[in-house]
Design a protein around this ligand. Structure first.
Ligand code: P1T
Length: 383
């Protein structure tokens, strides 16, 4: 879809223009950072759409409109972090309710569900989301939400969103998709049947390792109403400056993702024939079990690559400490390449749980540097 009408704009035009009309007062081409915490009223309750900055703020509204537009969603809500966005979604449930999540998910998501909400009376089960029968068996009468990550963090498993939505909806549960790894440029879960999309905007949407944020996109008015009530009541909102940085990042999301995808494909192919690599996990390789589902529900396979080192934990630890261009750090999705060992870093909180990860696993967030430098760096580090 592309055209002169805003309703027909392509992805990059939406990223640059939705919610970002030139400032009416000054003509400023970029959205101003509105620091005001309160907005004058002409009579009690009479205002121009803004009353108090926790409830709403013009810079945040610009970001919410823009990011919702990228997901093709009716409603968008910005939060102070990806975890704050997830907390709002889980906050829709009550004690006695139950949630199903995948056996492969970001460690912080598991920690929130199992260790924070588990203690407050919300039950959970973890299943292999690629197994339709296992999912159907895990859903109970009190199941309210089915949480899907795809591709997953850190195993890059691809989950068929439409298939999960069929099973979950038949049982009356909502489907929540964490679209952080794919981004709205590569995958739009609402179109595939999801009810709620969450993002850690700290990653690709920000894209420069300089802002922590979260986002929720929904089409359903009932969900939007309850989530915006929680957003205001709890107050885990991003600052105006964070919203500005995210608007700035999102403008280049499409061009960055194309380079992330090109570089990740080259890195995955390089690793696939490297003797120090036992198995490459990347949905753009035909050998990956999720290759076909990825090709049908994603525009491209993304910028994340994981692999199992033939030498196990000790060799994985040595490799992640030996790169020079890939920096040893948590997080992902920014312009610079990062390398990490999930079992002791991002996924420490899943140790001894059904989500535990292989200590020989190495995760790469492939950046947008010159690809030959990335390949040479991995070669010397694995060598
Ligand atoms: O860090 P925060 O913005 O709160 O987002 C949490 C989060 C949610 N969902 C997924 C899929 C994530 O990967 C994350 C954060 N992940 C990392 C920090 C990491 O290195 O994997």
């Amino acid at each position: 879809m592309s055209g002169a009408d805003p309703g027909e704009w392509g992805f990059d035009t939406r990223a640059i223009h939705i919610g970002q009309e030139p400032d009416e007062a000054t003509g400023a081409i970029t959205v101003p950072i509105h620091l005001a915490t309160t907005f004058v009223q002409t009579a009690p309750g009479q205002h121009r759409g803004f009353e108090y900055a926790r409830t709403s703020n013009p810079t945040r509204v610009a970001l919410e409109r823009c990011a919702a537009g990228l997901e093709g969603a009716e409603h968008g809500l910005a939060f102070a972090s990806g975890m704050a966005a997830e907390d709002a979604v889980i906050g829709l449930m009550r004690p006695g309710d139950h949630v199903v999540l995948g056996t492969d998910a970001y460690g912080g998501t598991f920690r929130l569900i199992a260790q924070v909400y588990g203690d407050r009376g919300i039950g959970w089960s973890a299943v292999d989301m690629t197994d339709r029968d296992a999912l159907a068996a895990a859903i109970r009468s009190e199941t309210r939400q089915v949480w899907v990550e795809t591709p997953t963090n850190p195993m890059l498993t691809v989950v068929d969103i439409a298939a999960v939505a069929d099973v979950a909806h038949a049982a009356g549960a909502d489907v929540v998709v964490d679209n952080t790894f794919a981004t709205p440029y590569l995958q739009n879960p609402l179109e595939l049947g999801a009810d709620v999309v969450v993002h850690s905007t700290t990653k690709y949407l920000g894209g420069h390792s300089d802002v922590v944020g979260g986002f929720i996109a929904v089409d359903r008015d009932d969900l939007a109403e309850r989530l915006s009530f929680i957003q205001n009541a709890v107050g885990a909102v991003p600052s105006p400056f964070d919203c500005y940085l995210l608007l700035r990042g999102v403008k280049t999301l499409g061009v960055r993702m194309d380079r992330h995808c090109d570089n990740a494909q080259a890195v995955a192919e390089f690793l696939a024939s490297h003797p120090a690599v036992d198995r490459v996990l990347f949905p753009g390789l035909p050998s990956h079990p999720g290759y076909e589902v990825a090709a049908s529900q994603m525009r491209r396979p993304g910028g994340m690559v994981s692999f199992i080192h033939t030498g196990g934990e000790a060799a994985a630890v040595a490799a992640v400490g030996a790169t020079r261009v890939f920096r040893l750090a948590e997080s992902l999705g920014a312009v610079e390449s990062l390398i990490e060992q999930p079992s002791t870093m991002t996924h420490l909180s899943v140790a001894d749980s059904p989500l535990a990860v292989d200590p020989g696993l190495v995760r790469l967030s492939v950046g947008i540097e010159t690809v030959d430098d990335l390949l040479a760096d991995l070669d010397q580090a694995l060598g």
